[in-house]
Every structure is written in structure tokens, then in C-alpha cells.
Design a protein around this ligand. Structure first.
Ligand code: NAD
Length: 261
């Protein structure tokens, strides 16, 4: 499966799952806009490295996904540089762990903005061109938390359940336009996002680091293994292929059996 001449936007792709998806799409021949935060030197190294390795064009947008005007600006940048956006991967996401009564209001607003609303803003900017070209792929990184809850993650679980609703709705709206819209719902993937929530979970539940990893995180995952970023990226690349043209409006789990229980 190669998509020479296709162009992709992958939000939150300076790290973790998004970076692996950007890499997988670049490997297939797509031009990519990468986005996210980080050290400018590291981001430029990644951008230039992808271009050199795969012979495609890679541009970087520092757009903050919590700001609707910056999401629109990022989509405009990709459309200007590439001519069109064929593949949109809404992946940027953050986590915050706290009992609901102590959950900071600004953290709630930030998580809903980044993990849910940014996908709406990017999708509404991408769809007109995709419709005109009669081809498009929209992939939203959801989570096992789009299907089941865990305590102390009210904003994250609400946003991830919400993105499934957005996915299904848009999939129906564009079903006859050659555009598919799907969620990928990983269980625990070993990335900085998971690593960063360990101290808060230790505090919230009074546990050691090892207890959080084995008894909280991997407790839910029957395979007792973390998902890898490359496994998620391979599914995203498959969803962009013609073989996946009839997969739309779905929420594909990759969670080691977590949500089977
Ligand atoms: P990560 O922390 O490694 O990467 C998050 C990316 O989002 C980074 O590039 C970061 O710079 C970017 N980002 C954060 N805030 C942003 C903002 N305001 N604007 C633009 N970019 C921003 O995390 P990850 O684990 O790779 O998570 C990626 C996605 O996968 C998230 O949506 C997350 O909810 C989801 N997910 C992760 C796991 C997991 O176990 N790691 C499991 C299920 C779902």
C-alpha cells in the first residue's frame, strides 16, 4: 500500500503514537504535516529526518490544539503547502488524573478542547477538500477509555467517549464521498503520556510505581503487555489503504483484550 501524492496531517506527532503514525504514513509515501510541542531542535531533527529517509515533504506546525483558530491555521498551512489534506489523524491528547470533586475546571476545559474539540475543528476544515476530491481518511485516536471508564479520569473518559460519537456522525455524513472516518482505541501504550500519569496515580491511590504499572495499568490488559506505538501506527496505515475503504464509523480496539471483559 503506497499513497504517493497523498498528504497527511497528524496532530500531536512530536512524540509517542502520533510520531509513529507520521512515520508510518511517510514510509508509505505520504507528505506529512507534523504538529505538537517539544524542543525546536528535536522537532527539526525529526522533520528533516523523515524527509531524508522517505523522500517526501514534511512540514511542522506548532499550533496549539486547545485553540480553535490555531487548529484552523494548521489546516490552512497544510492545504497551502500540499495543495490538499487527504489524510487527517486527530491524535493530540493529554491526561489529568484527579477525583472529580477536586478536578480543576481549567484542566477539564483543556482536555475537552485538546482531546475532543480540536478534532471537530480540524475535521470541519478538512472535509470540503476531501469531498471535492472524492477521497479522504479521517482517523481519531480514541482509547479503551472511549468504551469503559476508570476512576479519576472524568475529563479524559468523557472526551474519548465523545470522539466516538463525533466519528460515527461524520462517517455517516460523508459515507458516499469516498471518505472514511474511524477511531483507533488503544489500551495502554508505553509512551510519555502513560509514564507521566504514574506519579499522579501513585498519589491518588497511595501506590508504588511498580504497583501502578502491574496492578492498575496492566491489570486491565489481559495480555499483560503494553501495546506498541508501531502496532497502532500499522493499523492507521491500513485504514488509509484501499483495502479499508469499507471500514467506516467504527471504533477499532487494540487493547490486549481489555474491553472484552
Ligand atoms: P504523548 O504525550 O507521547 O504525545 C502527545 C502528543 O500531543 C505530543 O506530540 C504533544 O506535544 C502533543 N500535544 C499535547 N498537547 C498539545 C496541544 N495543546 N496542541 C498540540 N499538540 C499537543 O502521548 P501518546 O500516548 O502518544 O498519546 C497520543 C494519543 O493517544 C492521545 O490522544 C492519547 O489520549 C491516546 N492514547 C494513548 C494511550 C497510551 O497508553 N499512551 C492509550 C490510549 C489512547
Amino acid at each position: 500500500m503506497t499513497y504517493c501524492s497523498k498528504s497527511a496531517v497528524v496532530t500531536g506527532s512530536t512524540s509517542g503514537i502520533g510520531l509513529a503514525i507520521a512515520r508510518a504514513l511517510a514510509k508509505e509515501g505520504a507528505n506529512v504535516l507534523i504538529n505538537g510541542f517539544g524542543e525546536p531542535h528535536d522537532i527539526e531533527k525529526e522533520r528533516a529526518g523523515l524527509e531524508a529517509e522517505f523522500g517526501i515533504k514534511v512540514v511542522y506546525s506548532p499550533a496549539d490544539m486547545s485553540k480553535p483558530d490555531q487548529v484552523a491555521g494548521m489546516m490552512h498551512q497544510a492545504q497551502e503547502v500540499f495543495g490538499a489534506v487527504d489524510i487527517l489523524v486527530n491524535n493530540a491528547g493529554i491526561q489529568f488524573v484527579s477525583p472529580v470533586e477536586d478536578f480543576p475546571v481549567e484542566k477539564w476545559d483543556q482536555i475537552i478542547a485538546i482531546n475532543l474539540s480540536s478534532a471537530f475543528h480540524a475535521i470541519r476544515a478538512a472535509v470540503p477538500d476531501m469531498k471535492a476530491r472524492k477521497w479522504g481518511r479521517i482517523i481519531n485516536t480514541a482509547s479503551a477509555h472511549s468504551l469503559v471508564a476508570s476512576p479519576f479520569k472524568s475529563a479524559y473518559v468523557a472526551a474519548k467517549h465523545g470522539i466516538v460519537g463525533l466519528t460515527k456522525t461524520v462517517a455517516l455524513e460523508v459515507a458516499t464521498d469516498g471518505i472514511t472516518v474511524n477511531c483507533i482505541s488503544p489500551g495502554y501504550v508505553w509512551t510519555p503520556l502513560v509514564e507521566k500519569q504514574i506519579p499522579d496515580t501513585m498519589k491518588a491511590r497511595g501506590l508504588t510505581k511498580e504497583q501502578v504499572i502491574n496492578d492498575v495499568l496492566l491489570k486491565a490488559q489481559p495480555t499483560k503487555q503494553f501495546v506498541t506505538v508501531d502496532q497502532v501506527a500499522a493499523l492507521a496505515a491500513f485504514l488509509c489503504s484501499d483495502a479499508a475503504s469499507q471500514i467506516t464509523g467504527t471504533n477499532l480496539s487494540m487493547d490486549g483484550g481489555w474491553t472484552a471483559e
